[in-house]
Design a protein around this ligand. Sequence first.
Ligand code: ATP
Length: 287
Amino acid sequence: MKSIKLKAYGKINLGLDVLGKRDDGYHDLDMIMQSVDLHDVITITKNDSGEITVKSNTSKIPNDKSNLAYRAAKLLMEEFGIKKGVEIEIEKNIPISGGMAGGSTDCAAVLKGMNKLFKLKLTEQQLMARGVRLGADVPFCIMGKTARAEGIGEVLTPIKNKIKGYIVLAKPPISVSTGFVYGRIDKVKVKNKPDTEAMIKALEDNDLEMLACNICNVLEEVTIPDYPVVQEIKVMMKKDGALNAMMTGSGPTVFGLFDSKEKAITAIGHLTDSGILEQLFLAKFVN
Ligand code: ATP
């Protein structure tokens, strides 16, 4: 095999709770992570250059050593003494710096792809142990589907479900620094905490309505006062029939959960007309 092509799925947080700050500066989290079918496409091709090269369809991500896809390839090539070269092509579709783990999922796809391409025979657990060295969200992106993520995001418990529904993803043209949001959360007196157990039950019962009632992200209490557009998008989605709408990760992407495609498409139409968005997608759960 000379080349391999993989889908790298984005994620949304159905739940995100910050439990406290650790001595190493990271925060202890309790999250419900959900893969969505909006994906980047990663193609890895072997060559004899002895180098790793990265190219993509956007100038908005680096194509040098700082790209997480590059770092994933380097980690495995060093560990396994791989002397060949690889070219990594990224078709970027997931919003960049949007709270959808776009970089982490590319990284996860390269770890999985290199494992196959070079017949390294690493198990999923072994890939996840390497992935966490590159980013807290990487192990989840390797596992995918639905999971509770604790610790800094690396302690994963899969949640079996067959929940269906339509997800509208809306990214406004703003950048929110993850460092700023997590730095502020310690100073905010959080009013609403997620009921993670209720969310897990709703997922296991395949109950979209109950799930929607329980989605909660404490980081909204930091972002919304500074970036009211996040609230504006949520209100618009709910007006068009979203069962609920919320920011994913540290933002600024907002997702709306819909039980019908028609309502989701109507919402997309109104959001488009509003002119307040940079990117809009209709997605589904991957489970
Ligand atoms: P998270 O949800 O994990 O906080 P995010 O979705 O908000 O992540 P990313 O799209 O992963 O953010 O990008 C964060 C930063 O990582 C950007 O500044 C980008 O330049 C850098 N980066 C490195 N490699 C990649 C990659 N393959 N795809 C996207 N961003 C990358």
